[in-house]
Ligand binder design. Structure first.
Ligand SMILES: Cc1ncc(COP(=O)(O)O)c(C=O)c1O
Length: 415
């Protein structure tokens, strides 16, 4: 059994501790000794292995999940002035990539329990846009062309329902699957499982940021069934060059290249892919470890009146990237911020996913979003706390989080 690297963060229980093991370290060292550090043979292997792991025809490795989303929208042909449905309950990246094109993110509310994009509200916002009565102060006349569902925490938003909504309304789907590897879905218990990225949308975009379900330090992957989309994303990921450096310098290629389009600098390094290759080998084992932590929490917290636990669904394989509890503020004498202060005082790292986009100055000031335009997210985010969940969490750490939260809820209970 290989040793896991210890964290340098001095919390009793950190919010996250990366599960880095000896094989990753050895592969990075081998890469450093190989004479080839940037995009090369290890990136190609990582792409192939990841495509196989999610059941996709093509995978393009890039240096962040944000880059994957940007390339996906570019390949879909997004244009300035067009509009895209984006959940307000997400990270900055999902909407900022729409802004890169001068396009308009139309924010959509979330489900109060799953926190996932609410397709009924998406239909409402779409009708407002297409009826010439846009929400907030969005420009009238912007044509809505796509939707970007986000699988918050690793719980898949029903890909069948998203697909139907999109095809009924002539929209493309690009998934923000930053949290959703490995994750899967089936329509019902009699149907086959479909993995996230296995044809669940035009392009599914994964993140390998430091605290994601697998990491390369920084990194991402765009997967698709469509060879044309894959070719375009690959081209644009490296300055729009006709062939990359590995092709030019390894035995097969010549020195010359042509600039075919003004691309970006989004390629992943072989050093990062070296980490990813071995993280990938352990992805399911690490998911199972996180699932066990989630189950322990949910069993222990079921009887606490002061909070609600995240939902489970028999028709989902949940990646359990996050474990977000929703506080019952009507049952507690403290608010969410004080709850987090007290957990921090006890040495437990936690976070909030997320302050919704419409409560950030940029989206308030640029598009005039008000809390009442997205009432569910406006309410629920003030109750959210994400608890520590990571592979390699010790029994003592799990027990300490549970007993601290039980004590806090009891002390601060209104009844
Ligand atoms: C939902 C979501 N989308 C996209 C991203 C962007 O991923 P990256 O940090 O790899 O660019 C993140 C990162 O935290 C995320 O949480």
């Amino acid at each position: 059994m290989s040793t896991r690297v210890k964290t340098t963060v001095s919390m009793k229980v950190p919010f996250f501790r990366p599960a880095v093991s000896d094989p990753e370290i050895a592969e990075v060292v081998a890469t450093m000794r190989s004479g080839w550090l940037t995009t090369g043979p290890r990136v190609r292997r990582f792409e192939g292995a990841f495509a196989k792991a999610v059941g996709a025809a093509h995978a393009v490795a890039v240096n962040s999940g944000t880059a994957a989303l940007h390339l996906a929208l570019e390949a879909m042909g997004l244009k300035s002035g067009e509009a895209v449905l984006v959940p307000t309950m997400t990270f900055a990246a999902t909407a900022e990539v729409v802004r890169y094109f001068g396009a308009i993110p139309v924010l959509v509310d979330c489900d109060p329990v799953t926190l996932l994009l609410d397709l009924d509200d998406a239909a409402r916002k779409l009708a407002q846009m297409r009826g010439g009565r846009p929400p907030a102060s969005l420009p009238p006349g912007a044509s809505v062309v796509g939707v970007i569902p986000v699988h918050v925490g690793g719980l898949l938003l029903d890909p069948g329902a998203v697909r139907k909504f999109a095809s009924d309304n002539g929209l493309w789907v690009v998934e923000d699957a930053a949290h959703a590897f490995p994750a899967a879905w089936r329509p019902d218990s009699g149907s086959a499982w479909q993995r996230c990225g296995e044809g669940t949308s035009a392009v599914a975009c994964f993140s390998f940021y430091a605290n994601k379900t697998i990491t390369t330090g920084e990194g991402g992957m765009a997967v698709t069934e469509d060879a044309k989309l894959a070719d375009r994303m690959r081209l644009m990921s490296l300055h729009g060059l006709s062939q990359d450096a590995w092709d030019r310098y390894s035995g097969t290629g010549g020195w010359d290249y042509k600039i075919l389009a003004p691309g970006f600098k989004y390629n992943l390094t072989d050093i990062a892919a070296a980490i990813g290759l071995h993280q990938l080998d352990r992805a399911e084992a690490m998911r199972v470890e996180r699932e066990a932590v989630a189950r322990r929490y949910s069993e222990a917290f079921a009887s606490l009146a002061g909070l609600e636990v995240p939902p489970e669904d028999a028709d989902r394989v949940h990646s359990w990237h996050l474990y977000p509890i929703r506080l019952r503020l009507d049952r507690l004498r403290i608010d969410r911020d004080e709850f987090i202060v007290q957990l921090k005082a006890a040495g437990i790292g936690c976070s909030v996913h997320w302050r919704p986009l419409h409560r950030h100055p940029y989206y308030e000031e640029t598009f005039g979003w008000r809390p009442e335009d997205l009432p569910v997210a406006s309410d629920v985010w003030q109750r959210l706390v994400s608890l520590p969940i990571f592979p390699g969490m010790s029994e003592d750490e799990i027990h300490y989080v549970i007993e601290t939260i039980e004590g806090l809820c009891q002390r601060q209970s209104k009844s």
